[in-house]
Design a protein around this ligand. Structure first.
Ligand code: SF4
Length: 499
């Protein structure tokens, strides 16, 4: 047996040899260790976010600037749509009852005002401002400084966590259904996702059918397309524009004419030239010349600019570009008929998306194929007004549900089953942060496995389960019945009692 002194020396030499091991050297040389080494400098904000997510804190002595204890019952989920860094945290501050709210992480207390959080409604539900250190500024939100609350020196935490993705949920933040779902055989999981997606198809179809009863089938399709092209945040102003379609579509003699009307009605027409791009300014002048003559007649329908949201939007998805595309569709006419013909054509699975793209894609637009907005410089290469991922979104969220509910209403069994076949076979949409978070929370990993997640219908399944169960439970999954339902799928059916 080693005596204490000899044991310590051996342990130390073991630690040194681990620190200099081949793997440790590889890790450092090949950028697997974050660069932050200066304990005297403030750490990168992203590192603070990972530390918060993994709760690498002395959790029993967290204290706000005004001396209240902080108990973190759940750190929340990293935000995938901008706004505060973490959503839905559960915290107990001082003697108050636990509250659920958002957490914002900044380097310093002054970040609250400097980044405009105090004026941004998206930050209304922030219950804790986590900072590295304090400076002259204080905010109305409870503030927790981290610099003296870490469970290890910051340089060590940087080495351990600096390259950890915020998108990878720590094991203890995964949903209670993750374990039973992981045990489910792949075919059973696929079947579960497909049946959840089928509910989603029916729900979307029902909304389109109800609207069609009020405004007709064609208008309900147009409204669905406008809403889908508004994405999550601009669906409502797009719906308002679609509802006025009969007025603004009448008598327009070109896609440009329709664009001028839609831009004017949207309230998004800039009133000043950019002075940066002669081409962009020339186009804006022409739009104004056109809109100027007509705007009085449309004045009642002009939307306030503040109805639109731009935070986190990709340039290609800017509402102006989407309206430019819609103007082409409306001007070309017969979109409904072309979609109906497409539904009746024989199309192999592998050509489904391309065949619909052929119907929806438009020829180059002189301006919008080359610009993201009224103020952006001309692009080096023309960009399509509609990409393949958006075609998939339109297919699974609007076009297939619309065709399906029409087939059901018309008792056309053949068409209904053909639409269901297309829905099941549609290739997956672009993976995104919402889907990755859903998979991580529900399945315990963000990556795809064994063919799971290769179709749009499986993605729709994840989203539906998230809506039906995760959205109804808190972040700790309290009271969620989904894990039990999944476990029930693994049990053998009860033996029949009869002889
Ligand atoms: S709320 Fe339910 S469905 Fe969502 S992750 Fe938790 S256990 Fe799973």
């Amino acid at each position: 047996m080693l005596d204490f002194a000899r044991g310590s020396a051996q342990k130390q030499s073991l630690v040194n040899s681990f620190a200099n091991s081949l793997y440790a050297v590889w890790r450092t040389r090949h950028g697997r260790v974050a660069e932050f080494r200066d304990a005297a400098a403030p750490p990168p904000e992203r590192l603070l976010q990972v530390i918060w997510q993994h709760q690498r804190l002395c959790r029993d002595r967290l204290c706000t600037l005004d001396g209240q204890s902080v108990r973190v019952l759940h750190p929340g989920f990293v935000s995938v749509e901008g706004g505060p860094d973490f959503r839905g945290a559960v915290l107990q501050i001082g003697d108050a009852a636990p509250v659920s709210g958002d957490v914002e992480v900044d380097l310093r207390t002054s970040g609250w005002r400097a980044h405009g959080h105090d004026r941004n409604p998206a930050f209304r539900n922030v219950v804790l401002h986590v900072v590295w250190e304090t400076d002259h500024s204080v905010s109305r939100v409870a503030t927790l400084p981290l610099c003296a609350a870490l469970d290890s020196p910051i340089v060590e935490l940087s080495s351990q966590l600096g390259r950890v993705s915020l998108r990878t949920l720590p094991e203890n933040l995964r949903g209670q259904c993750a374990a039973p779902l992981r045990e489910l055989p792949a075919p059973a999981l696929t079947e579960l996702l497909c049946s959840a997606a089928y509910v989603r198809l029916q729900n979307k179809a029902a909304a389109l059918r109800v609207r069609a009863q009020q405004v007709g089938w064609e208008q309900s399709l147009w409204e669905g397309l406008f809403r889908a092209l508004g994405y999550k945040h601009n669906g409502w102003p797009m719906q308002c524009l679609a509802e006025q379609r009969a007025r603004w579509a009448a008598g327009a003699d070109s896609p440009f004419h329709l664009q001028a009307r839609l831009f004017g009605l949207s309230g998004l027409l800039p009133v000043e030239l950019s002075q940066r791009s002669a081409r962009a300014d020339d186009y804006l002048r022409r739009v104004w010349d056109c809109w100027w003559r007509e705007r009085e007649g449309f004045a009642e329908g002009v939307l306030p600019r503040n109805l639109w949201r731009f935070h986190g939007l990709r340039p290609a998805n800017h509402p102006l570009r989407r309206l430019a595309l819609l103007a082409h569709w409306v001007h070309a006419g017969e979109l409904t008929i072309r979609i109906e013909c497409w539904s009746g054509a024989v199309i192999p699975d592998r050509q489904l998306r391309d065949s619909l793209t052929n119907i929806l894609q438009v020829a180059d637009d002189d301006y919008w194929s080359w610009h993201w907005t009224f103020r952006s410089a001309r692009l080096k290469q023309p960009q399509p007004l509609l990409g393949a991922p958006r075609v998939t979104d339109l297919a699974v969220n609007v076009i297939l549900p619309w065709l399906w509910t029409r087939a059901v209403a018309g008792q056309n069994e053949k068409l209904r089953s053909e639409i269901e076949r297309r829905y099941a076979a549609w290739p997956a949409a672009e993976d995104n942060a919402v889907l990755r978070l859903a998979r991580q929370r529900l399945l315990g990993r963000s990556t795809l496995r064994g063919g799971i997640g290769r179709t749009a219908v499986e993605q729709q399944g994840w989203l539906q389960i998230g809506r039906d169960f995760c959205d109804q439970a808190d972040v700790t999954c309290a009271g969620c019945s989904f894990p039990e339902l999944v476990r029930g799928m693994q049990r053998p059916p009860p033996a029949s009692g009869g002889r």
